[in-house]
Structures are given as C-alpha cells and as structure tokens.
Design a protein around this ligand. Structure first.
Ligand SMILES: [Zn+2]
Length: 400
C-alpha cells in the first residue's frame, strides 16, 4: 500500500560511502545499521529531498535516467529502507494541506471540520437497504426522463436559463464531493476538505480529499470512489421528481443534463472517478503508468517475437492503455479531419457567443454547448501535449 501524499526525506543520520564500483553503503549513525545499495538506487535516493512523493520520485528518476520502475518495486524498496531508518524520524513528513498532486493552483474552500459536521447526516444513504433501491429507482427515473424529454433537451435554449443552470450544477458538484466524503466517513476512513483546482493546468475540477481510503479494502474503495456519482443520481432524482410534479420541463431537463455530467465522471480516463474505480478494481494506484507500460511491453514482445509472461490482468491493463490511445486518436481525427473548420474558427465563435450573451439575445442548445466543450477539450489536450514536448526538448537542450 502506498500513501500518495507522503513526502520522502533522507534521515540526517544517514552517511553515504562508496562501497564498490557500482555500490554504495548507507550508514545510520544513530541506529548503527548498514545498508548496501546499487548505483541505481543511490541515484534514486538522491531524489528523496523532502519535496517529492513516491510517485514524483519514480517519475523524475524515469525522466533523468530512463529507467522504468514499477509501483510495486518502488514501494517494496522504500518499505525495506524505511525499516533500516534511511528516512527522517517518523520516516516521512506529511503534507499539511491535502491537495492531490495532479491538481494545480488548488485550494480547500470547505474545511474538513465543516465537512465532518455535514457527513454524519448523509451517511444513512450508504446503507445497503437504501443504496441499492435508490440507485435502481434513480436509473429508472433517468430513463423515463430521457425518453420523454429527449427532443426538448436537445433544443432547449440554455442562455435563458443560464444562471439557474450554473447554480444547480454548482450545488450538484458540492453534493457529489460530499458523497465521496460521506462514504469515507461511513467506512471509518478519514476525509479532508472539499476544494477546487485545475487539472492539466486548464481543466477546472472540484475534489474531496479521501486519500485515507488507501487503507480500506478494495470493494470499500470502489464504493467511496463511486459515491460521488451515486449522490448526483440522488440529486437528479430529486430534481426530476420536483420537475414532474410541478410540470416544470426545465427542471426535468436540468436533471438530465446533470445526470449526463455524472455519467461523464464514470469514464475511466483522465482523473475522473471511473479512473479511480478501475484502478481500485485492478489494485493499481498508478493505473495510467501501468497501462502504457504494459502496452509498450506487449508491442515490443510482438515485434521481437518474444513470449510474454503476462497474466490476464496484465493484458487487460495493456489493452486499456491501447483503448485510451485509440480514443485520443479517434478524438483528434474527429476534431481535425471531420470538424477542422470549427477548430480554426473557434475563437471567433466564442467571441460571437460572448457578444450576443452581453446583448442578451443569443440562443444556444445543449447540443451546441457540447460541441463547444469538446473543441475546448481538444485545445486543452493539444496544448498539454505541446507543452510536454517543449519541456522535454528544453531539458535535452539543457543537458547538452
Ligand atoms: Zn468524484
């Protein structure tokens, strides 16, 4: 098991000395322990500067030395070294504010003590006798709602109801995050606050800190990670029922839209809930890395004609990586080849929307909104890939 938020720092009692051509000796002055490590792990430990997590150390090591280490390898190594007192007292220093390391410019707006006042009132929703019937009922109502409002949903002008829309989306998001925190509380794991930040620097995301659930059994982690969507299903259920009894179609349609957003959360990509659920399912804390790594190994073995010692799960993870890549490929094909013009004219389109919004006379359907968002996502991914390549190029120039 690994805690993704622990920062590793070498103990000040540790002394290094060269042992042989490719080996080093670690000596703990206080504990009088000796540990022999290879040059490779000597370089690795150099990265434990108290500012990096295990994952950050592994990634930086991979980047600098071009050596791949699996999560299991690095966890095993660090656990062994921990026992020998290689890291600072208490082994490690906990990060004070718990913001996931894939989120940039993050801040907590609902502190953990506030959250812990709310979640006990919601925990009954996690009881099995309530969870299952409510989920089934929610899905049935969603289907009925979709069936009766589909055409109106596509053509509804969201400009008119925009403030209404924004408020409800915001409430549903808070409710979603409370879902994760409530489920963590239900299984007696610690939860932190609820915050906001940016993923990949551009994508605004909300998050609830439930890192402590790494201590829980696998199926409990799956429930905690899916509880956000479950809470959104409840929220949409309430909206749809109120909408039905008051004959308010807008409310019904907003229930549909928020359900759609909740379903999007279940996609196993980026760092959406579906990704964490899948990584729980496979017990791989760093699924993204494993999927591409397995795929790479599969392709190399195929090209070289070497037999692989993979089990079913390894193959599945590799194919998940392939699926991920093909999806990005298809998305780019769709945007560039089939919708090239809308990409080029996107800034102009946005400008048009903004000016007509200011004049209070524009109209926009959800279909058009979805299109706009998908182009935005295209730009985000494009910029991300571009900056990564630029960073790599810059680094290789600096090395020379
Ligand atoms: Zn979530």
């Amino acid at each position: 098991m690994m805690d993704e938020n622990v920062l590793y720092k070498l103990s000040s009692d540790i002394e290094f000395s060269k042992f042989s051509e490719k080996e080093y000796l670690l000596y703990n002055q206080k504990l009088h322990t000796y540990t022999k490590i290879s040059q490779k792990y000597y370089d690795l430990l150099g990265l434990a500067d108290g500012k990096r997590t295990l994952i950050a150390i592994r990634e930086e090591f991979q980047e600098r030395h071009n050596i791949l280490l699996s999560d299991n390898q690095i966890v095993a190594l660090f656990n062994r070294l921990k026992k020998q007192g290689v890291f600072g007292y208490d082994d490690s220093v906990k990060q004070r504010v718990k913001i996931p390391n894939y989120i940039k410019f993050g801040f907590i707006f609902l502190k953990s003590n506030m959250v812990s006042k709310i979640v006990p009132f919601l925990s009954f929703l996690l009881r099995k006798k309530i969870y299952i019937p409510l989920m089934i009922f929610g899905i049935i109502v969603f289907c009925l709602n979709l069936y009766s409002n589909y055409y109106q949903y596509r053509e509804l002008n969201i400009v008119k109801i925009f403030p209404y829309f924004v408020v409800l989306i915001f409430v549903s998001i808070i409710f979603h995050e409370l879902g994760h925190a409530t489920a963590a509380h239900y299984y007696k794991a610690k939860h932190g606050g609820i915050g906001f930040g940016f993923y990949l620097y551009f994508l605004p995301v909300f998050f609830a800190d439930v890192t402590d659930i790494w201590r829980l059994e696998r199926w409990k982690r799956i429930i905690v990670n899916s509880a956000g969507v479950y809470f959104e299903v409840i929220f949409c259920l309430i909206l749809s029922i109120i909408g039905f009894f008051t004959k308010n179609h807008v409310l019904q349609i907003l229930g549909l839209v928020i359900s759609g957003k909740a379903l999007y959360n279940l996609l196993p990509f980026l760092r959406a809930d579906g990704y964490w659920i899948l990584s729980d399912l496979f017990n791989k804390p760093n699924l993204n890395f494993h999927s591409f790594n397995n795929l790479k190994i599969m392709v190399t073995s195929l090209l070289k004609g070497v037999r692989l010692k993979f089990d079913k799960v390894d193959y599945f993870i590799g194919f998940y990586g392939l699926f991920n890549i093909s999806l990005i490929g298809f998305f780019f094909y769709y945007q560039i080849v089939l919708n090239g013009k809308s990409i080029i004219y996107f800034p102009k389109t946005i400008q048009g929307i903004l000016t007509s919004l200011a004049d209070n006379q524009s109209s926009m359907s959800f279909r058009e909104l979805t299109k706009c968002v998908s182009i935005l996502v295209f730009y985000i991914i494009f910029i991300k890939i571009f900056t990564e390549l630029a960073k790599k190029a810059f680094k290789s120039i600096r090395k020379k």
